[in-house]
Design a binder for this molecule. Structure first.
Ligand code: SF4
Length: 344
């Protein structure tokens, strides 16, 4: 599966990643089961590419992102990262100290810009902190110059550095979060729902800024989102997850035009489309994501799938590649004509 889809090298390769959380019961905390939050997930991201990672809440996408950042330790699998030095390391096995040294190369942007900025620190302290702590840039004037440069890069005025987070709107706060993430010249940015907490009009501005920064700085993004509307314009390829597993993975245009998995088709519901014929062909996704502690038999999506047949509840489908670079796990992928919304 790990074959670069452009001429750029693979920056991040996740191989057979698993993250299970034990279910404990009773006084002695006996382990009685496992929550399979991420269950044998493999994908890669080329340098300079944006990979969208999509699924409803509880599908394992955030846990996958947290494993990549080693915010949680994976249960199994490899997370291979190509460092700026050219060395390839397995993030899954790095020590705390090795991970600290890698922090500059991999940064995270969180969903809630209100929660991720300390209200008692001014913008100079917030954006300059990684420069001081990790890069050991102790000279204040040097830090000020770099913070001013970073603020300009994200479209904010350098004189704002003396202000505190409460003086800014949601969109401006997310720009500040991005400026801080850029401080150490990262190569990979893991963005977990970076625009979900923002108004729709502001969302587009922040997405455009991220695209602009990618072009200028050659950044690579793993962009986590709960629906397909946000990732459409920013991603080169999209991975769709359901109950800890990848159900579809494809170049973006093809996924939106010709989805192969019924879950992907159902997620299209959230994407605004002008054509009423397409809108009326869509069906609403009913029911909830099953618990990864106790998933359904066979294909995990079968209780919610309008195309389910007998085999679906009995046998779990494999992830196959029916078209080049387009992977899907559905028993009926070869015969279903699903509704997409993109242009051919
Ligand atoms: Fe639906 Fe069956 Fe395909 Fe699962 S395998 S998505 S239940 S048609």
């Amino acid at each position: 599966m790990a074959e670069s889809t452009n001429s750029k090298p693979i920056l991040l390769e996740v191989k057979n990643l698993k993250k299970f959380f034990p279910i404990q019961k009773g006084f002695f905390k006996r382990v009685v089961g496992q929550v399979r939050a991420v269950d044998d997930v493999s994908f890669f991201i080329n340098e300079g590419e944006t990979l969208g990672l999509v699924g409803e809440s509880g599908c394992g996408k955030t846990t996958t992102a947290r494993c990549i950042l080693r915010a949680v330790d994976p249960s199994a699998g490899e997370i291979l990262f190509l460092k700026g030095s050219g060395e390839r390391v397995d993030i899954a096995t790095l020590s705390e100290e090795e991970m600290r040294l890698l922090r500059g190369e991999i940064q995270m942007i969180f969903q809630d810009p209100y929660a991720s900025l300390n209200p008692r620190h001014n913008i100079f302290d917030i954006v300059g902190e990684p420069l001081f702590v990790i890069q050991q840039m102790t000279n204040r004037a040097e830090r000020q110059a770099r913070v001013a440069e970073l603020l300009e890069l994200v479209g904010l005025r350098p004189e704002y550095m003396q202000r505190f987070p409460h003086a800014f709107s949601g969109g401006q706060r997310q720009r500040i979060v991005i400026a801080r993430a850029l401080a150490l010249n990262p190569r990979l940015i893991v963005a977990d729902e970076p625009v979900s907490a923002l108004d729709v009009s502001v969302q587009a501005q922040v997405l455009n800024l991220m695209l602009d920064l990618q072009r200028k700085l050659g950044l690579t993004y793993l962009f986590v989102a709960h629906d397909l509307s946000v990732v459409k314009h920013i991603s080169d390829r999209v991975v769709v997850m359901y109950v800890g597993k990848i159900v579809e993975m494809s170049p973006t245009d093809e996924l939106y035009y010709q989805p192969l998995h019924p879950y992907t088709e159902a997620l299209m519901e959230a994407v605004p489309v002008a054509d009423p014929r397409i809108r009326s062909a869509m069906t609403e996704l009913e029911g909830d994501v099953p618990s990864p502690a106790n998933p359904p038999s066979g294909c995990y999506f079968h209780p919610r799938c309008k195309y389910a047949i007998d085999i679906c509840s009995k046998k779990s489908p494999e992830l196959l590649e029916p078209r080049p670079n387009h992977f899907v796990s559905c028993h009926r992928a070869h015969e279903l004509q699903l509704t997409g919304i993109g242009d051919p």
